[in-house]
Design a protein around this ligand. Structure first.
Ligand code: ATP
Ligand code: MG
Length: 434
């Protein structure tokens, strides 16, 4: 051994979490449920880069948004001077990819993604700097049917995961109308806030002329009265917007999905119009929004594509998993089918060939690993076998091996049996039977 100083241990970046076993199994479980669901609803997977040109988010999300103003991980690529950002969300990236590859040339597309997003926020429960989203986007479809479909897709996911609609998650709905309607509302808003300028906080005053709609989204309790009394966008909606909104509502009503119309629901990005919605929970404190989405009919054109409508949502996986934990909905713990107890390595190649064949037959087998000193005692190997949760121990003892056999020992009651070592295909299924 050298006597040099031990290197200092390194730590993960603040607000960015390692996902370790067994917890990571919950993530895999959730991702699997999502993939199955998306397949049933006809949504195809899309994977875009984690790093995009900063301009994509500035143009896509809007300059005066929380994300672009203060949450983006933006940096200059020192190799070539490019202005880049870690993606804070993935709708802009999906639209960029759809436009870049002309994906809408033969009609609309239903897409979904799963992956990490990055926002420089103050880390707390349900709020991290690297977090993960599942998102669904339907691009190229103008009708209210797709808005409703996306909302019902969320409900199907909640139900699939064992959440109770109404108790665990609730739907909030609003319509932001069309740009011209928003403009008229915006003028009325500015007038309202200007006549109450003394009641505005610094953030609101700064946004008064750049993005007054976002003032409605304030979390400052002192601002609530002035926000409550502000003109409602709903009163500025024209006929077509109301028809669209009512069509979405009619589908939700017929589907027996309760919702609350929340006129203050505006969402954090500039790109939304018509339908917007959030799924919220009371079980996670301040981080109560699990999923948010809406229609963004102008974004594709704004990012250089041929004008096409679109609608989508994104959900926070950390929050969803916290919520599932809160309500006690969890996947069954993952255990192997069998645990291989290997007291001697004299016949290791033959043993490992048999284990290989078992795995090829679909059996999950964990082999007890030897240390530097060789295989450990039977007793400690059996202890591990028990702790693994496996239903069977496969005991490769000397006497069994001498007869070309392995002992299959049920770990939770039942008779031990001997099975042929070189012919696992004839008995592998016994280890899988429930
Ligand atoms: P919030 O109001 O809580 O900041 P948001 O409006 O910024 O949420 P969206 O941009 O709509 O969130 O993202 C969709 C979902 O992603 C949120 O509903 C939430 O579940 C999740 N999410 C957003 N930011 C974070 C974060 N920093 N950490 C963990 N999850 C997040
Ligand atoms: Mg936010």
């Amino acid at each position: 051994m050298t006597d040099t100083k031990k290197p200092a241990a390194l730590q993960a970046v603040k607000g960015m979490n390692d996902l370790l076993p067994p917890d990571a199994a919950r993530w895999e479980w959730l991702e699997e449920r999502v993939r199955h669901l998306m397949r049933r609803w006809g949504y195809a997977n899309i994977r875009t880069p984690i790093v995009e040109p900063t301009a994509l988010f500035v143009r896509g999300l809007g300059e005066v948004t929380d994300i672009v103003e203060k949450e983006m991980y933006s940096f200059v690529d020192s190799m070539n001077g490019d202005a880049l950002s870690l993606r804070p969300e993935n709708t802009a990236g999906v639209v960029r990819a759809v436009v870049e590859h002309g994906l809408l040339h033969d009609g609309g597309k239903r897409l979904f993604y799963i992956g990490p997003m990055f926002r420089h926020e103050r880390p707390q429960k349900g709020r991290y700097r690297q977090f993960h989203q599942v998102g669904a986007e339907a691009l190229g479809f103008a009708g209210p049917d797709v808005d409703a479909e996306l909302i019902l897709l969320c409900r199907a996911l909640w139900q699939d995961l064992g959440l109770v609609i109404g108790d665990d998650v609730r739907l909030e709905l609003n319509s932001l109308g069309q740009p011209a309607e928003r403009l008229a509302h915006r003028a009325a808003l500015i007038q309202h806030f200007e006549s109450h300028a003394d009641l505005l906080d610094e953030d609101a005053r700064r946004r008064l002329h750049s993005n007054p709609l976002r003032i409605l989204d304030t979390k400052n309790p002192a601002m609530q009265p002035v926000v409550e009394s502000a003109p409602k966008l709903m009163d500025f909606l024209g006929e077509a917007s109301l028809v669209h909104f009512n069509a979405v509502r009619a589908v939700l009503d017929a589907a027996g999905l309760p919702y609350r119309i929340n006129p203050r629901l505006v969402r954090g990005m500039d790109y939304y119009n018509l339908t917007v919605f959030e799924w919220v929970t009371d079980r996670l404190g301040a981080q109560g929004t699990v999923c948010g989405g809406g229609r963004y009919d102008t974004l594709i054109e704004q990012l250089g594509g041929k004008p096409a409508p679109a609608v989508g949502w994104g959900l926070g996986m950390e929050r969803l998993l916290l919520l599932l934990q809160e309500v006690g909905s969890a996947p069954a713990p993952q255990a192997p089918d069998a645990y291989a107890v290997v007291p001697s390595h004299a016949e290791l190649p033959r043993i490992m060939r048999a284990l290989d064949a078992l795995r090829a037959a679909g059996v999950a087998v964990v082999q007890h690993p030897a240390g530097a000193e060789g295989p450990s005692s039977m007793k400690s190997q059996f202890k591990r076998a028990d702790a693994s949760g496996a239903r069977f121990a496969l005991v490769f003892g000397d006497s069994e091996l001498a007869q070309g056999q392995v002992a299959v020992k049920p770990l939770r009651g039942g008779e031990q049996v001997l099975r042929a070592l070189d012919d696992v295909g004839t008995w592998a299924a016994e280890l899988l039977a429930p």
